[in-house]
Write a protein that binds this ligand. Structure first.
Ligand SMILES: [Mn+2]
Length: 427
């Protein structure tokens, strides 16, 4: 639905300026001993999955203001991911939420995805709300529940989500639990944790042997007194208790204010348990704003830890990168393109850090120059390199301008009539 000639036309309009900017930046980088073309190649390999729930306008508990032409089902969501992929190259997979985006016909969805060149990332289960027709309620938790029948139902749901994912070609399950307590005394803190641990083990044992299990922590909401998997420590304990293919997923918005998230990342790398990311940003709590919109330096410092760990082998392969945002006031596809740009640019900045110099300044206790080495990379305007990476992947120099010029949303609004899909709040 985004024809290649539209991208070409958009690129023609800005190519001359981009070439001049690239040449100028390339000269600066070569002075620092960096090879711009090699960095573009690394940047082109970066990819993050789009969450199925971020393709429609998100909502808050106070309401939702959808736009025209939003996808009505998971098949139309695939079309939108494919459009984003064509424009930016960095979003090439989708992370499905079960049951919100459960396909009636997984085989048909898999075929459509193959035609569009879109893959399936980790599937997300949901035991934080009751579904129509569900036998037992999760009002007082799922894996932590005192009633073994509720726990059994929750385990079965997770295995169903994995089965759906396996039929689509996914190979990972992400579990985020709302389990916890709203009031002191409501739950037995240790027993609740043990029950969660045991249910995770049950799910893990029944997963296909090549599947990964990601455990996502979050400090509060909906449990406002004591969430079972509240922090990276609880997540790490559970991942260790569960097994080798179980690891921790860091959602950037799932930390208490002022938490040093890059240090959390470093700890999980050291523990060998950093499995995945949910990218977003936050001012106050789990705000699910666009990645890099509020704390761009923190995002850079997180990527810096990842680049460092990948460079020295502490991290054998990149973790599973996923976007987890709620687009309340932006066009969802435009917000994803903006996010892809921001992630790609921030990743490039992390690649610009002169690691040998940084190591030297750290080893000789030169705090000022060590910090300056990070700032030098962070303050570089790397947009010409990011555009080069997109262009190499067949994408647009300016994806948002190309998207608007394509009139994709207007055409979708004409085609997508009738009952609009109503996405729930994001995770
Ligand atoms: Mn998340």
């Amino acid at each position: 639905m985004i024809a290649p000639d539209r991208i070409d036309a958009s690129n023609r309009a800005c190519e001359a300026a981009w070439r001049r900017d690239y040449a100028h930046l390339g000269e600066q980088l070569r002075r620092r001993g960096l090879d711009p073309d090699a960095i573009v190649e690394q940047a082109a390999a970066f990819e993050a999955a789009a969450p199925s729930w971020a393709l429609g306008t998100g909502g808050t508990r106070f309401g939702r203001f959808p736009g025209r032409g939003e996808p009505r089902d998971v098949f139309e969501k695939m079309e939108d991911v494919s459009a984003a992929k064509r424009l930016c190259g960095a979003i090439s997979r989708i992370s499905l939420h079960i049951p919100w985006d459960e396909p009636d016909d997984p085989r048909a969805l898999r075929e459509q995805a193959a035609e569009l060149g879109v893959g399936f990332d980790a599937v997300n289960s949901n035991t934080f709300q009751d579904q129509p027709g569900q036998a037992l309620s999760y009002k007082f938790g799922s894996f932590q529940h005192t009633d073994p029948a509720v726990r059994k139902q929750a385990v079965a749901h997770n295995l169903h989500a994995a089965e759906t994912g396996a039929a689509l070609g996914s190979n990972a399950l992400t579990i985020w639990l709302g389990d916890g307590a709203n009031y002191p005394g409501q739950t037995h803190l240790r027993k609740a944790w043990e029950r969660v641990r045991d249910c995770l083990a049950e799910v893990y044992e029944a997963l296909p042997p090549d599947w990964s299990l990601f455990i996502e922590h979050k400090p509060f909401e909906p449990a406002f007194y004591a969430t079972v998997v509240a922090d990276w420590g609880s997540s790490l304990m559970l991942a260790r208790a569960t097994g080798e293919r179980a690891s921790c997923l860091v959602d950037l918005g799932h930390h208490l204010p002022n938490t040093n998230v890059e240090q959390v990342v470093a700890r999980l790398v050291t523990a060998g348990k950093l499995g995945g990311f949910h990218f977003n940003d936050a001012k106050y709590g789990d705000d699910d704003l666009t990645a890099g919109s509020i704390k761009p330096y923190q995002l850079f410092l997180v990527f810096n830890e990842l680049a460092d760990a990948l460079a020295d082998g502490a991290l054998p392969a990149p973790p599973a990168y996923m976007i987890d945002q709620s687009h309340n006031v932006k066009d969802p596809i435009e917000a994803l393109l903006q996010t892809a740009n921001r992630l790609q640019e921030t990743w490039i900045r992390a690649l610009l850090v002169r690691r040998d110099a940084l190591t030297h300044y750290q080893e000789t206790n030169d705090a000022l120059m060590a910090e300056e080495t990070l700032r030098e990379a962070y303050e570089t305007d790397v947009r010409p390199l990011a555009a080069a990476a997109r262009k190499r992947l067949g994408g647009a120099i300016d994806p948002i301008a190309a998207f608007r010029a394509s009139a994709y949303r207007e055409r979708a609004a004409e085609a997508r009539t009738g009952a609009a899909y109503v996405p729930p709040q994001s995770l």
